[in-house]
Write a protein that binds this ligand. Sequence first.
Ligand code: FNR
Length: 348
Amino acid sequence: MRPENNQSIRSHRKDEHLSLAEIFYQETKNVDEFKQLSLIRPTLPETRVDQVNLTSSLFNRSLDVPLYINAMSGGSKRSFKINQQLAQLAYEFNIGIASGSASILVKEPEQAESFAILRKENPTGLVMANINPFVPVSDAKHIVHTMQADALQIHVNVVQEIIMPEGDRDFVWLDNLKKLQAELDVPVIIKEVGFGFDKHTLDLLEAEGFETVDLSGSGGTNFAKIENFRRPEHDYNYLDSIGLSTLQSLLNAQDINMTYLASGGVKTPLDALKCLSLGAQAVGISGVLLHQLERHGYDQAKNWLATFIKQLKELTAVFGAQTVTDLPKIQKYYHLELQNYREQLSTD
Ligand code: FNR
């Protein structure tokens, strides 16, 4: 893939990520980390689908169902169009949406439109901006203002950086994260990009006063594969499975006193229901929706999302629940590998 005329390395990287996510989607589509957990269904649920109400609110915005389209796009011509269509979908279904990393917006102001389009197309819904952990407070404020964002995701993506040919080698991030948390006037979300969160980091973030994390675990888009492919040497392929899965990350989050959002590998309404049953406030989807949009077009992506939401409501009734507050009460069965992880975690 070659940069278009005058395209910066940063902007070109964003287009490469979009293309490679689609190429590797084919490989990850059969990975099912969520099969490690079964939800136990009451044979007599005594519920009605038409009485299921999954409305909730997040960062002062209402959601028809607790879903959001997670960070992917912005910062190139191609990603303007993708963000426009994703935001139209978010508006259509009244779910949330996050932009891809908008740090580029400060250095290349001509890219601002590809981020601001989220608010333009989704004027009343939840919009989240996304930055890297080095962005200074003043730039972060500028990004939030330009995007009229309701919240700010800060991605903490150590594994991606180490494999990325042009990636950072400095992972001393906490001080800047604390400044951002203290000085921004929108909620801050500390977010992984598909490698999950360990318990010690969650405890640390809680102790430092952070309020929200996006666990984004493995099982879907795999940035170890994507960045390794971008390296001429392809010499990090042994790190493909270094991530903690979204389910493992959810278990790590069980006792924390922070809001946690779940994403990473969510492909079906049952996956989303499992995340919600483990206490996630909302569930993020990225790669699978991008695939629908890029491979099959807007109408197909819209049908796919409509079906996802309809079936999430149906499953809620099947599992004996009616509202989001009922979902954590669903009984669970942990399969051996996950149960083993759970037990080792409790003795740690
Ligand atoms: C991403 N993701 C991402 N995350 C982030 O915090 N900032 C970013 O700029 C990007 N960029 C990006 C580009 C593309 C093309 C994809 C597919 C993903 C990561 C994303 O938000 C999410 O955490 C992971 O993709 C895991 O979720 P899925 O894809 O398995 O549903």
